[in-house]
Design a protein around this ligand. Structure first.
Ligand code: ADP
Ligand code: DP6
Length: 322
């Protein structure tokens, strides 16, 4: 039996598209910030008395596609470790599930950590990152804390994440505006595949990401939070243009997403440096330097309600214990 705790991460340069569905090999590199406020803890216990994996999230038994993803992942762990028993997987999400707040990132990072240790494997963090990748692409990065880069690699062995700065010693923070925490209708998995297969703009995406990766790393080196925000915002908008331009087109935005984007722009017009990013869901994340936290918090809390605003600092990497 083993337990792991992994934090979510939000991409500043997004992963949006796979070139290998089974191995989850992405078309591009990506870069993220791990958050301290949102995380998953998962316990895995192998049990020779059960004849299928038993999985629960927040006390509810898991079924359907979400269950199949976990069972497939456990098959991979059994194959790697030589273990034959099924397992009880008990998970708690301290993050809304499937609302564009990266529950699959913290979930599969925690599952990789707990399952590999419970199966008797002592994996390096690089190999844990590769294993987490097989559950969900964004989980590749949640093994590490702080600012993290996922190198797309050319095959299973070379596609893993590495920390850029695990201990972030400058002011970057991220605040989430929880406009809607219901489960989304279009999963990231399906949405990105639709974009790859049907958006005429997809062919531009790898080039955009390559440029944004270079610019983002330079901004990190310069401790330039304003530049980091600018690059992240434009990268996110271009990612979302791939959903709008798919066939049929779709969007993760709702009216409140647009209202939140407007509010961030209004703050900026008033001289406050802050930028937005959105993932596969309507919730908006705001990037800023901690010196501006109070003024940004006050404006957004007044508009959306304090109970909908969650301030996050850079978070730590995975922890695993018996
Ligand atoms: P999100 O925006 O939350 O990352 P995704 O569509 O990318 O949304 O992933 C959500 C999916 O991740 C869920 O439908 C489920 O399959 C999986 N998931 C979320 N939390 C857990 C968990 N704790 N354990 C196992 N799988 C999970
Ligand atoms: C918009 O990692 O959830 O959050 O690999 O199919 O499980 P799968 O997708 P997932 O997609 C994340 C997409 C994103 C951008 C990002 O996290 O880089």
């Amino acid at each position: 039996m083993a337990t792991a705790k992994a934090h979510t991460n939000i991409a500043l340069v997004k992963y949006w598209g796979k070139r290998d569905q089974d191995l989850i090999l992405p078309h591009t590199d990506s870069l993220s910030l791990t958050l301290d406020e949102f995380y998953t803890t998962t316990t895995v216990e192998f049990d020779d008395q059960i004849d299928a994996d038993a999985v629960s999230i927040n006390g509810e038994p898991l079924s359907g596609k979400a269950y199949d993803k976990v069972a497939k992942f456990m098959d991979l762990v059994r194959e790697m470790s030589g273990k034959t028993e099924f397992a009880r997987v008990t998970s708690e999400n301290y993050v809304p599930t499937a609302a564009g707040l990266a529950s699959s990132a913290s979930a599969f990072a925690a599952l990789a950590g707990a399952a590999s240790k419970a199966a008797g494997m002592e994996l390096s963090r690089r190999d844990l990152s590769r294993l987490a990748r097989r559950g969900s692409g964004s989980a590749t990065r949640s093994i590490f804390g702080g600012l993290v880069e996922w190198q797309r690699g050319v095959d299973d062995a070379t596609s893993f994440a590495e920390p850029i700065e695990e201990e972030v010693d400058f002011g970057i923070e991220m605040l989430a505006i929880l406009v809607d925490t219901k489960e989304k209708k279009v999963s990231s998995r399906f949405g990105m595949q639709q974009s790859v297969e049907t958006s005429p703009y997809y062919k531009l995406w790898p080039e955009i990401v390559a440029d944004d990766m270079v610019a983002m790393k330079r901004a990190i080196e310069d401790r330039d939070v304003d530049a980091m925000g600018q690059i992240a915002e434009s990268n996110a908008l271009r990612m979302h243009a791939l959903t709008l331009s798919a066939q049929p087109g779709f969007t993760y935005f709702d009216a409140d997403t647009l209202a939140a984007m407007d509010e961030v722009k209004a703050l900026r017009e008033n001289g406050v440096s802050c930028y937005f990013t959105m993932d596969a869901g309507p919730n908006v994340k705001v990037i800023y330097d901690k010196k501006d936290r109070q003024v940004i918090y006050d404006a957004l809390a007044q508009k959306f309600g304090a109970d909908r605003i969650v301030v996050s600092k850079p978070g730590p990497g995975i922890e695993i214990w018996d």
